[in-house]
Design a protein around this ligand. Structure first.
Ligand code: CA
Length: 234
């Protein structure tokens, strides 16, 4: 039974935060492996092969983002970055470095648990290329039929342009992961991000949201982190 529990490596040097998070995770059925610093985190990562890593950036013996780069060389293990900084360019840098998500301190229990579930879900999806049996993606009442390239809500088709469909298909294949503007633009338009195509992306997203029946600020299906990117989530 215990073997079925997700193993989470928690890397955090502040004892009170470490205790708080590990208690929270254990109560919610996760198995927690602890590391207090960068060196220990490396050792634990290689010996335990965790399902998810929660990574503090400010460690006494090194920057947590170094560990993120090392892991990403050949491993897609989801990483949630714990950061005291909330500046957008730093978030974008970490996401483009391969972080799945970030949680800015101080954070609440519900928020952290939601991010953990979401990242574990995105990992399970990415291992089978985001496609459920039958070539369909399902998120609440939203269904994407990849073979037909069509999107439905409550069994009713939402007519999307090719570009809008491509954006939704990309987000669905990375469901739960915050996708930066740059990652979306490279995948959808095969261009390097600049002001022009970021604007184009935002216009497309606004149209998609309207077609999905979302009002401004409504986070159903799509979360917009201003200046950073978009995430599909339940
Ligand atoms: Ca720290």
């Amino acid at each position: 039974m215990n073997n079925n529990r997700y193993k989470i490596l928690l890397v955090e040097d502040e004892a009170n935060i470490r205790t708080f998070i590990s208690a929270l995770l254990e109560v919610n059925g996760y198995q927690v492996i602890l590391a207090n610093n960068y060196a220990q985190a490396r050792t634990m990562y290689f010996s335990y092969v965790p399902d998810l890593i929660i990574l503090d950036l400010g460690l006494p013996d090194g920057d947590g983002s170094l560990l993120l780069s090392e892991i990403r060389v050949n491993d897609a293990t989801p990483v949630i970055v714990l950061s005291a900084r909330s500046d957008e360019s730093e978030k974008v840098r970490l996401l483009d470095l391969g972080a799945n998500d970030f949680v800015t301190k101080p954070f609440g229990s519900a928020e952290l648990l939601a991010r953990v579930r979401s990242s574990l879900r995105s990992y399970r999806h990415s291992s089978d290329d985001g496609r459920l049996p039958g070539g369909k993606f399902v998120l609440m009442d939203l269904v994407i039929d990849y073979d037909a390239r069509r999107l439905f809500i409550n069994d009713e088709e939402i007519k999307l342009t090719q570009t809008e469909y491509n954006i939704m298909a990309l987000l669905s294949e990375h469901c739960g992961k915050m996708m930066t503007y740059s990652a979306i633009i490279k995948a959808v338009w095969r261009e390097y991000p600049d002001e022009g195509n970021i604007k184009r992306l935002q216009v497309n997203m606004a149209n998609i949201r309207k077609k999905l029946g979302l009002r401004p600020g409504d986070n159903k299906y799509i979360v917009n982190e201003l200046g950073v990117g978009y995430r599909l989530q339940d």
